[in-house]
Write a protein that binds this ligand. Structure first.
Ligand code: UD1
Ligand code: CA
Length: 468
């Protein structure tokens, strides 16, 4: 969908978002697991290259720039925020060499690339100096209203903000959705004519409709039939409504591609999550960040998976927490397992209940069934880790590695004090505290010997009877 290099996109994102009552900049609030501005940039990047996108930032600008740096877009500073018209003035130098610009709001995250592209097509076909996006929502209150030359005309003479509406204009139903296309030359020629003669004392970009049309330039409206897409979020409650909407769309996208999601309304699935067909997701599952799940998997209730990659045929039982990890085909996890960052679970491996892993690489077919901690550890193929095994990876200052070979049997309740190596085929007796390397195919037992005192109970009982 990429358009000519003569087109730039300006995203207005400098506002404070006073109505959110939050210390975080408005455009960094998240819906669907991604900041509002991140959604808008993603949509705009389908129309022009990131190098042709300019975000106008002001309130906590550095924080916004840092959060969005990886997108590769440009930033323009609007140090003091004197309105949407002022925001575009601040971008004046940056856009001067482009023939046309599209202006988007950083707080309208549901906008689809298809809709932006339609605005762009209409703008070109109409040869307009300004094309604004309008709609007729059920509830027009609060929006700027669009005033046409005549009721039948496409051409617009002004946008009137809510607070400036005359009693007769209150009945106008067509509203300005806040997304525009401009020819750069007439825009820059007349942009300086904006005045702050309004209740907010701001320079309104919307006033360009009147300024341009009064200068004899053509201003038209592109009426969208999808006004919900351009809804802005001005309060947390409005934002959470957009979040619910977006997550419903994500769940529907996955279901349409062959994923079964029971009670999708209870699941929290971020916008960028991918799941292959025939995977089943039970109620109350969270799939977050850039999570990728293969085909034929089963993700059971109350599991939270964040930024993980799962192969095909993986089973994740109830109440597991998986973060920044990978799980290969056919592995089974949980219930109640915790894969912390940099865990790599091999093909067909089993990680059972109350097992925690961190920076741990488990080979093909490894079994670690119960109550275990594996940190900074590597475990070779087909090794069996008994119940209650612990890698003691931390000496209070540094982390150390534990390397366990293939086909090893680690008896239950053993502790492995790192750094330590257990070579292929070795056996470790239950209850051992292993502090030295274990050679291949050998048995290591490191526990105190058991003593038996036969008849001890009868003797003790007799002694107690004497005392009475
Ligand atoms: C704006 C329109 C209104 C339209 C509505 C659609 C104006 C004056 N009004 O109102 O006609 O119906 O959108 O949602 O444009 N911003 C800056 N710098 C500033 C001020 C704002 O970058 O100095 C950014 C904000 O961060 C925001 C966007 O511009 O992302 C829109 O500003 P906002 O204050 O939300 O405008 P609305 O009141 O929604
Ligand atoms: Ca807004």
């Amino acid at each position: 969908m990429k358009s000519s290099s003569k087109l730039a996109v300006v995203i207005m994102a400098a506002g404070k978002g006073t109505r959110l009552k939050s210390s975080r900049p408005k455009v960094l609030h998240e819906i669907g697991g991604k900041p509002l501005l991140g959604h808008v940039i993603a949509a705009a990047s389908k129309i022009v290259a990131p190098g042709d996108i300019y975000a106008v930032v002001g309130h906590q600008a550095e924080r916004v720039k840092t959060a969005m740096a990886s997108t590769g877009i440009n930033f323009v500073d609007q140090t003091e925020q004197h309105g949407t018209g002022h925001a575009v003035q601040c971008a004046g130098k940056a856009i001067a060499d482009y023939e046309n610009i599209l202006v988007l709001s950083g707080d309208a995250p549901l906008v689809r690339p298809e809709t932006i592209d339609r605005l762009w097509q209409v703008h070109q076909a109409e040869k307009a100096a300004m094309t604004l996006t309008s709609a007729e929502p059920e509830q027009p209150t609060g929006y700027g209203r669009v005033l046409h030359k005549t009721p039948e005309s496409k051409e617009v003479v002004a946008i009137v903000e809510q607070k400036m509406l005359t009693p007769e204009q209150l009945s106008l139903r067509e509203v300005n959705m806040g997304m525009y296309a401009f020819q750069t030359a007439p825009l820059l020629k007349h942009l300086g004519k904006l005045t702050a003669d309004n209740p907010h004392g701001e320079l309104y970009l919307t006033d360009m409709a009147h300024v341009l049309s009064a200068a004899g330039e053509r201003v038209v409206a592109f009426k969208t039939d999808e006004p919900n897409e351009l809804l802005g979020a001005n309060t947390i409650a409005e934002m959470m409504a957009l979040d619910a909407d977006l997550r419903t769309k994500t769940a529907n996208r996955l279901m349409a591609s062959g994923v079964t999601i029971f009670r999708p309304d209870t699941c929290v699935i971020d916008a960028d999550v991918e799941v292959a067909p025939d995977t089943v997701i039970e109620p109350y599952v969270q799939l977050l960040g850039k999570t990728r799940i293969g085909a034929d998997c089963l993700i059971r209730s109350y599991t939270v998976i964040e930024s993980c990659t799962l192969g095909d045929g993986v089973i994740v039982q109830q109440s597991c927490v998986l973060t920044d990890s990978t799980v290969a085909d056919g592995a089974t996890i949980g219930p109640m397992a915790h894969l912390r960052p940099d865990s790599e679970i091999g093909e067909g491996a089993h990680v059972g209940n109350f097992v925690e892993t961190k920076k741990a690489k488990l080979g093909k077919g490894v079994k670690v069934g119960h109550l275990t901690y594996l940190g900074n550890a590597e475990v070779g193929e087909k090794t069996n880790i008994g119940a209650g095994v612990i890698t003691c990876n931390y000496d209070g200052v540094h982390k150390h590695n534990t390397k366990i070979g293939k086909n090893v049997f680690v008896g239950s309740d053993s502790t492995l004090v790192a750094p330590v190596n257990v070579e292929d085929g070795a056996y470790i007796g239950a209850g051992s505290c292993i502090t030295k390397d274990v050679p291949p195919e050998s048995l290591a037992v490191a526990r105190s010997h058991q003593t038996i005192k036969e008849g001890w109970v009868a003797i003790r009982r007799a002694k107690q009877a004497e005392k009475r």
